[in-house]
Every structure is written in structure tokens, then in C-alpha cells.
Write a new protein. Sequence first.
Length: 509
Amino acid sequence: MKLVECVPNFSEGRRPEVVAAIRDAIAAVDGVSVLDVSSDPSHNRSVITFVAPVDTAVDAAFAGIRAASERIDLSKHAGEHPRIGATDVVPFIPLEGSTMEDCIALARALGERVGTELKIPVYLYERAATTPTRENLADVRRGEFEGLREELGKNPARNPDFGPPKIHPTSGAIAIGARPFLVAYNVYLGPASNLQIAKNVAKAVRGSSGGFRYIKGLGLEVDGQAQVSMNLVDTEKTPLHTAFDFVKLRADAEGAQVTWSEIVGLVPEKVLFDTAVSHLQLKQFTPEQVLEKKVREVTTGGESLSGFVASVASSNPIPGGGSVAAHAGALAAALAQMVTGLTIGKKKYASVDAEMKEAALKAVSLGNTLASLVKRDAEAYSLVSEAHKLPKEPADAAARRSETVTNALLKAAEVPLETARAAVEVAEIAALVAEKGNTNAITDAGVAALLAEAACKGADYNVRVNVSALEDGSKGEPLAKESARLVKKAVDLAARVAKRVESSLSPQK
């Protein structure tokens, strides 16, 4: 299932009953889970975080927007935070199994629906923007509700992407977009008398003023305190701790102290882990050391299929082709096992019942092996990557580096070779069930054989690429030879199964 996160911001933070009505409207849509509701009376703003399948996300966001338009009159609204609408901004963020392209499509679908049905002007921003001048939310929101009310209908540059070219009298306008995960982070600098310092620090930290490209910041007075309000739009590029350290340094330089800070809404655990690692100066820390992560893996059976697909689609080189080859092999084993299950216990196939039971057990074992090889292949690649980072000087360090790289490359070739071996065994089971299993599942046996062949060939690619990178190619020659032999066997088995499948599909004369 493809999931997206949506974090609509509403211009209401002082009337709990209004916020509750908006939240309930969103939560009433099938498949939607509301994760968090955060309201700020000073900002007079609420942020509702929900997750939903891609096929109901637009319905949920629209329900919230409609509920807000019925209850919020922006012409009577006042608060510290900039805003252009009763529903001010609606971003979609890709989660497990979904992509930024999915979120862009959702933003455009929602924008068109809001403009057509609610007659509210809609501006597409960030990744969904139709023009570079609207990528930055601050540019879209410039002048706020009051300024936009004066310009719409007079300045063509401010015409919306959807909806009428005039402000809605009570709901204003809406910015709808697609973006990576954003962390809303506020740092407080003591009493309101430090407001000018907060504004100075915000100017220094935000990208639009020459600071950090991936930080947006404002200096505000909130509950009698000076606040540096920030949106961290890419915590990979600018981590939370970097923002905090910079704000603290600049505030100290101007004579103010950081009193406390807060995160508004939800935050990815990685952001907090990275902050802890930095401030505690932890060396060689990995998320695998986190107890709860291990518990989740055990209780949920590991990463979901959609999560794996999304991780492959990312720009991270791992998991890569070797992991995908192993995954294909695991799927082949599962299909072969399915065919055995459709054969066992059937009177027509009583003569092969014991053979099918044995094949089923073997398929289970091979599937588990191949599933483990998905992760092991990624780990082997990481070892090669780390080995190449070792120093090349002086001479003894270079020698150690060379030896480490060689060992890592051999390991990175041995792991896919295991995948190739297992894939061939899966192909043998596929051939068995194609010949003796339930004929109603012959095409499933055929797909299993094709996947096993692909897994073996993919594994072979990874064996050869690592062997070819060795300084002394003779060390990897036995691995490459065995891999080539396994590929030939997998191809032959797949061809044998394909022949039976084609025969079964041919019209009977």
C-alpha cells in the first residue's frame, strides 16, 4: 500500500471546538489515521498531521479544507504567523511505498477540486509548483491575506493555478504542494525584550537572507517570549543540531541566551538520533543499536514490500541490484511453494504428495535464505564503500587499505554467488512443480522459473563486477567461473519450464 503524509495548517488555534471539527472531518475518511494535532494560540494556528493511502489522501485533505472554510473567517483572523487562507498550506509528503511524483499528482488533484468546488484560489508550491517563482512558500504567501486580497484580479502574476482570480471573502487562498519531510522547530531566546535579537538571528539563519539554504526562519514574539521560528525543509542537508548550534552561537554573540526549544508536530526518529550522535560525539553509532527498531523488525517481520521498493527507488545506492536479485529469488521461491500448496492433498496428485511436501519445505528454506541475502548484499556493498575511504598514505596504511579493499570485494562477490546458488535451487523446484504439480498453476510455476533465472543472472552481474575490481583478478576467478556455470543451469531450467508453459497454453488440436 502506498502511503503519504499530509500536514495541513489551519488559521485557528484558539477555538478547540473548531479544530476538533476539522480533525474529525479528516479522520472520517476511510483509511486515514490522524497522528497529531498541535495548536498554538499565539500563532492562532493549528497543524494536523495525518497519513492516508494515496487513493483517499485527496478526499481527507478536501474534507479538512471544507470544514475549515465553513468555520473560519480569515477577515477576522489575527495571529503571529503569516497566512493567506483559513486553510493556509497543505503539503503532501511521500512515505512508505510512495514517491514525490505521487505527491505532486495529489497536490494538483486537490488543487483542482478545491478551486472548482469551493471557489478558493489555489497556489501550487514547492515540488508541485508550476513556475519557479512559486516554489518558495514565502513568495506565495507574500503580503498575506490582506495583500493578496488587493492584488488578485489586478496583478496577473498573482493569478492562482486553480480557482477564481479573486480572493475568497472568508477562506482567502490556499497553498497546496508536495515536499520532503519538514521539521517545524522553534528556539526561544528569553523575554520579549529580545525580540530584535530573535529577528536578527532568524535573518542570519534563513536561506533567503544568505543563511542556510534549507532553513526558513522568522523572529516572533510568542507568549511574552522572543522566538526564532524555523522550518527545516531538508534535515539531511541541514540537520536539527546544526540549526540549534547556529542560533545559540548568534544569540550568545548578541547577548541573549537560549532558554528552551520545541518541535511542532511530528519528527522522524532519524532527526533526533542524528542530533544525539552529534552532541554526544558518539562514534560508529548505527540505528541498528536502537532497541525499539530491533523490536519492530522482530514483531513486524522486517521491512514491508512497499518500503523495500521505495528504498530501492531512492538515490541511495543500497539496496541495489544485488539485493533486488535476492528479493526476486525469494519471490520465486514463494511462488514455487504456492504451487506445491495447490498440489498437496489433491486426490489427482496423490502420487506426488510426498515429493511436493518435500519441495515445499525446501522452498521455504530457500526463501528464508534469499530474504536474508537481500540485507547481506547491502551490507557487503557498504564494506566495499568503507574500505575505499581508508587512507592511502603512508605506505603501511596503503597496504592495509589494499588488503581491506580486496577482502571487501571478495566478500561482495561471495554474497551474490550465494544468491545465484539459491536461485538455481529455486529454479529446480519450479521445474519440478511445472512438471508434476497442479496443472492449473502451471503459469505460476513459469513465473517462478523466470524470476529464479533473473535472480541468478542479476547475482552473476554482481559477482563479476566485484571480481573485475580486484587488483589481482586471479583471486576471484573461481567465483566468476562458478557463477557462469550457475547462470547456464538457471537458463536451461527456465527454458525447460517455459516450454511446458507454452505447451499448456497452446490451443488443443
